[in-house]
Write a protein that binds this ligand. Structure first.
Ligand code: ZN
Length: 391
């Protein structure tokens, strides 16, 4: 299934900056038209009748001109892979990073959706595919994807550590076969590594169970949420091995820790917050309640959280509640309505790509400017919400 045609994403930031959370239609040109109509109205509404023609003549030619050259933007597609992860970053220069490949099987469903997003972004190759860990919903789709689009380099945390699980081991062997073809470069990332992706800074925070040892610059504050939190029990699966990253684009910070579990969050965030604050939190573990504890979420204080949950995978009521009660949150977005959470815990319908009973593979797309302003587009509603640069 291919993605729906994406309308031109609106420019964000100057000269059309609007207040955080402002909703705009995303049909082509409508935002510019709206801006100019506002300007026209404010400039001309006091025009006397004889001046009206002059007003119109002085404005109309400008309406026909293309918009001013935009600042270099970053596009991020949150592709619906039904409760797995597939997040595609494409820089203005066309350099690309895909975090995880969705599920195997399903007649190439997830690979097709990823390729459709890549084509929508104007690329025919994925430069880097980062595999957070070797669970079915993250690496399972890698062979199908590799058969459909050229890939440059795979990035991962090293060996599979959950060899006792049949499905995980099968996926790992499938991935190793891909690497064994010799067609791809491979990077095994360690915490603190900066990955060689141009246009964005991608720093490994967690990998193979290890975490950054020192606080990042401007981080290291004590974390009050730790007072109410005992270290959780250790998860024995691949989840705590997740290769997690902090992605920086200009002034914008985006946190993606894969399926990193709560005991690693505690280690990373208590007693000192080693990450600092971020703008966008890609909810760990699809919003499943083994991850996304308050010691993480309430300390990184995201302005926006995006949950890549399925209708019946992730999106736990308590995890969504933690996000919604985060002190600086402007909006929670979800790829699906969570049936488990029900209306009381889900975000509002306009922030959900695929509502209850309506799964049309709708996606979310974030477009960011280096000044920190960004917009999030919902392919179902064709609406965008704009978020001004943080002060
Ligand atoms: Zn997962």
């Amino acid at each position: 299934m291919s993605l729906k045609t994406l309308h031109e994403i609106i420019p964000v930031g100057k000269p059309h900056a609007v207040p955080a959370g402002t909703r705009t239609s995303n049909s082509k040109g409508s935002f510019l038209a709206w801006s100019w109509s506002q300007w026209f109205s404010s400039f001309c509404h006091q025009c006397a009748l004889p001046l009206a023609l002059f007003c119109a003549l002085s404005v109309l030619p400008t309406l026909a001109q293309p918009p001013a050259k935009l600042a270099k933007s970053l596009q991020i597609y949150f592709i619906d892979v039904e409760g797995g992860q597939a997040t595609l970053f494409v820089t203005q220069e066309g350099q690309s990073l895909l975090i995880d490949t969705g599920w195997p099987g399903n007649n190439n469903r997830d690979a097709d959706r990823i390729v459709a997003a890549a084509h929508d972004a104007g690329i025919n190759k994925i430069d880097f595919v980062l595999i957070t860990h070797y669970h079915d919903d993250h690496v399972g789709g890698a062979p199908q994807l590799a058969a459909k689009i050229p890939i440059g380099t795979f990035i991962d945390h090293g060996e599979n550590r959950e060899t006792s699980d049949t499905i995980t081991q099968k996926d790992w062997l499938g991935y190793k076969q891909l690497l064994a073809t010799g067609k791809y470069k491979r990077i095994i990332a360690k915490p603190g590594d900066i990955l060689p992706i141009r246009g964005i800074r991608v720093e490994a925070i967690s990998s193979d169970g290890a975490l950054i040892e020192k606080a990042l610059p401007r981080a290291g504050q004590s974390n009050p949420a730790c007072a109410n939190s005992a270290p959780p029990l250790a998860d024995k699966t691949e989840n705590p091995r997740s290769l997690g990253t902090l992605i920086t684009f200009g002034k914008l910070k985006i946190l993606d820790l894969g399926d990193l579990t709560a005991e690693k969050e505690h280690e990373l965030m208590c007693p000192l917050n080693k990450i600092g604050t971020v703008d966008i939190y890609i909810a760990s573990h699809h919003g499943f309640n083994q991850s996304g504890s308050a010691v993480l979420v309430h300390a990184v204080t995201p302005r926006v959280a995006i949950v890549d949950n399925g209708a019946r995978k992730g999106g736990s009521p308590s995890a969504l509640d933690i996000i919604r009660s985060s002190p600086n949150l402007a909006a929670l977005w979800q790829l699906h309505f969570s049936e488990d959470a029900g209306p009381a815990h889900n975000t509002a319908a306009e922030f959900i790509a695929n509502p209850s009973g309506l799964d049309a593979a709708d996606y979310l797309k974030l477009t960011a400017n280096p000044d920190g302003a960004f917009a999030i587009f919902n392919s179902r509603t064709k609406q965008s919400q704009n978020y001004a640069a943080a002060k």
